[in-house]
Design a protein around this ligand. Structure first.
Ligand code: DGJ
Length: 703
């Protein structure tokens, strides 16, 4: 049983394969965190609740290890819940009421306020095989008056007391998303958050904490993530008493939610995990979990994609796309996606958003002839949309200027010349659903790239009663999720991509509704090694789209070989964004060769385990290795940043192989035991700057 209850002590032990998570009720009825970490041998190891620290002058001064930290009493750290009742009482005193065990892997603990008719449900779900716990909180208003929620976190995570804590997180910017950052945690708060209305380029809702010594392969790591695509917040807080708590959930900035009698507000699901096997294993646990439980169609092969954006930008025409499609098909591409520029008056980014019908000049007979052509070439057809947005210069905005977020009388700030449609409004949500439903019902579309190119500003909803205005941060996201869910129920064969001006919408909330993720508009293969490395800390690479595009790269004016560009892109779900009409026959042949090779090794990459052998943040290069689930095949990608003084590339020690088995590597002409490949390693003759190699290892079954 993954969840054990010890009634005489009122203690719950939530057990995964390698960890235990323990909570209990104290003498005052308060739910306290007891333990989280590697399994202890006996249940009696968990029977003492943590003691409060006593003030020398008497009385407790903290820290509370309250499991959800409602604001009230002597609690001074980041609250998990903060609200105001209709009679202006502003604190909460939650005590244990009862619990329920559902399907043996889910626990619901009911807490009740000592004065008011209010229930808080703490929900836990055990993901036993991956040592993860999903948590979320529900506030149920059982009274006859409304109340105002000001803060709601899905989880407060308490870590064991330790002299040193180190934080790893993902920070970035547009064209430089998900870069790994590491720093020591001192007393005080470190806040990672989004106030953008979307997940954001700047920070990603994921964290990892270790005690300062953990490496890729060894050591304790606590990690977690928030499944939400709007304003989220992670507060890492070390108290002067050396305890550490991490609060994860909705961002309370400009947030408010009026909970009417009988209503429930649910926090985002927050995921937490522990491993004693280093950052590499922490990531692999997340990858496996996502592929099995979260990612849409996690078991299906991701097709090799062509996307027109880098080749044509807004200059999309039926003829131009036909030519690109013909070239793409010859290379072995399986999915052809027409990006921005096919609809309304969309000749540039100043017009057209909102008018989702084919541009008559570019597609005189609509999209059907192109779709038929793409299908006749043996490829699936995909199309770009940005449903949450509108340009002022569009028929949609002209007919519904009140459909955008705005503060009356204030200028609406534009970003990329666009405004955000108010999806908190049910009529706007319905309109967007119907528009997309029509598009999918009337065309043989297999793939939707759902883009979202700006952050929110002037987030006003003047039509709504004032007490609901600050709900938009959550309502908008729930609206997006609902549209996706409805579309997918009606058009189950259509695959979806999450894109947000690059990688501003990468999180476990959107991942339930999408098959692919666009990590960044930066396709420079060298920069991508850093962006992709960070991405892999939190997210699986099956969904991680990586394209090969033209050189010199527009971001850094860097020129790299096709080989290097392909190798960097083959680490994830391969796509092509080259202007194929400008490629030489020799280049096309080379592309064809790499696409064929990718398809051969694709099952290892998409369904195998990832080992980050060498971080691109090292001075000399990077190496990523995939191992198939049965350990019979492995692919190694090695990148050299630059070479100086004829120095050889240092040996690479592989990981994750069967130590007893013998592996054959045709390229290097060697046969070696798994043990030897993982300890002595292999030496590669990798010469020059921006050099790369892809090497395949196969178990020699005859050995
Ligand atoms: C931003 C995306 O990240 C790009 O891939 C492309 O789709 C453009 N938007 C189109 O406007």
């Amino acid at each position: 049983m993954p969840i054990k209850y010890i009634p005489e002590k009122q203690i719950w032990v939530i057990t995964t394969d390698l960890t235990d998570y323990v909570i209990g009720v104290d003498a005052e009825g308060i739910l306290q965190h007891v333990y989280w970490g590697g399994k202890q041998p006996l249940l009696l190891d968990y029977m003492d609740l943590p003691k409060s620290i006593e003030h020398p002058g008497g009385g407790p001064i903290g820290p509370h290890r309250d499991e959800i930290m409602p604001w009230g009493g002597l609690r001074f750290t980041e609250p998990g819940i903060k609200l105001t009742f209709s009679d202006h009482i502003r604190d909460l005193h939650l005590i244990y009421d009862r619990h329920e065990l559902l399907n043996s892997d889910q626990l619901v603990i009911y807490l009740k306020d000592t004065l008011k008719p209010l229930t808080v449900k703490l929900n836990y779900k055990v993901i036993k095989e991956y040592d993860l716990i999903e948590r979320y909180v529900e506030i149920v208003n059982e009274g006859t008056e409304g109340l105002q929620i000001e803060q709601l976190m899905g989880a407060i995570w308490h870590l064991p007391v330790y002299p040193e804590y180190r934080l790893t997180y993902l920070a970035g910017l547009s064209r430089g998303e998900t870069q790994v950052r590491t720093e020591w945690i001192q007393e005080g708060k470190k806040v990672l958050e989004s106030r953008h209305g979307r997940t954001s380029h700047q920070f990603n809702p994921w964290f990892a904490i270790d005690f300062g010594q953990t490496t890729e392969e060894y050591g304790d790591v606590y990690f977690g993530a928030i499944a939400f695509s709007g304003n989220w917040k992670i507060v890492i807080e070390k108290t002067p008493y050396q305890t550490l708590q991490v609060a994860t959930g909705f961002n309370d900035f400009d947030f408010g939610w009026t909970l009417k009698p009988g209503e429930i507000l649910r926090s985002p699901i927050c995921i937490g995990g522990f491993t004693a096997k280093g950052f590499g294993e922490a990531s692999r646990q997340m990858h496996r979990y996502q592929k099995k439980y979260i990612l849409r169609n996690g078991h299906k092969v991701r097709k090799v994609m062509y996307n027109s954006w880098y080749a044509t930008e807004f200059d999309v025409t039926e003829e131009g796309q036909r030519r690109l499609a013909e070239q793409a098909a010859k290379l072995g591409v399986e999915l052809f996606v027409v990006d921005d520029g096919w609809f309304g008056a969309r000749d540039h980014d100043r017009a057209g958003l909102g008018d989702w019908f084919p541009n008559k000049r570019k597609f005189p007979k609509g999209l059907h002839p192109l779709i038929q052509h793409v299908k006749s070439l043996g490829m699936d057809f995909g199309i770009w949309v940005e449903p949450e947005m509108v340009n002022r210069d569009s028929d949609l905005y002209r007919s519904h200027p009140d459909w955008v977020y705005r503060f009356p009388g204030r200028r609406n700030t534009e970003q990329r010349n666009q405004l955000v449609l108010n999806l908190s409004r049910p009529d706007v949500e319905e309109y967007i659903f119907s528009m997309l439903d029509d598009l999918l019902s009337n065309h043989e579309i297999d793939y939707i790239k759902w883009d979202m190119n700006r952050s929110f500003s002037e987030p006003g909803w003047p039509e709504a009663p004032p007490e609901h205005h600050k709900e938009i941060w959550v309502r908008h996201v729930l609206g997006v999720y609902r549209i996706l869910e409805r579309l997918q129920r009606k058009h189950p064969h259509v695959a979806f991509e999450s894109c947000s001006g690059g990688g501003a919408r990468i999180d476990l909330g959107i991942m339930r509704y999408i098959d692919n993720v666009w990590p960044s508009d930066n396709t420079d293969p060298f920069d991508r090694l850093f962006i992709q490395e960070g991405y892999t800390y939190a997210y699986n690479t099956k969904a991680m789209l990586c394209w090969v595009t033209d050189v010199p790269d527009e971001n850094n004016l860097r020129t790299t070989t096709l080989k290097y560009r392909f190798h960097s892109a083959m680490i994830g779900s391969l796509g092509i964004g080259l202007n194929l009409n400008k490629c030489s026959e020799l280049e096309l042949q080379e592309c064809k060769k790499y696409i064929r090779q990718y398809k051969e090794i694709r099952p290892i990459i998409q369904d195998g385990d990832l080992y980050r052998i060498l971080s691109p943040r090292s001075s000399y290069g990077a190496a990523f290795q995939y191992v198939s689930p049965d350990r019979s095949r492995s692919v190694l990608f090695v990148f050299r940043h630059r070479q100086q003084f004829r120095h050889p590339f240092p040996p690479i020690q592989l990981r994750g192989l069967d130590p007893e088995a013998v592996y054959l590597c045709r390229q290097l002409g060697i046969k070696r035991s798994g043990t030897s490949l993982m300890t002595r390693g292999i030496s590669l003759d990798l010469r020059g700057d921006y050099a790369s190699e892809l090497i395949v290892f196969e178990k020699d079954i005859n050995y």
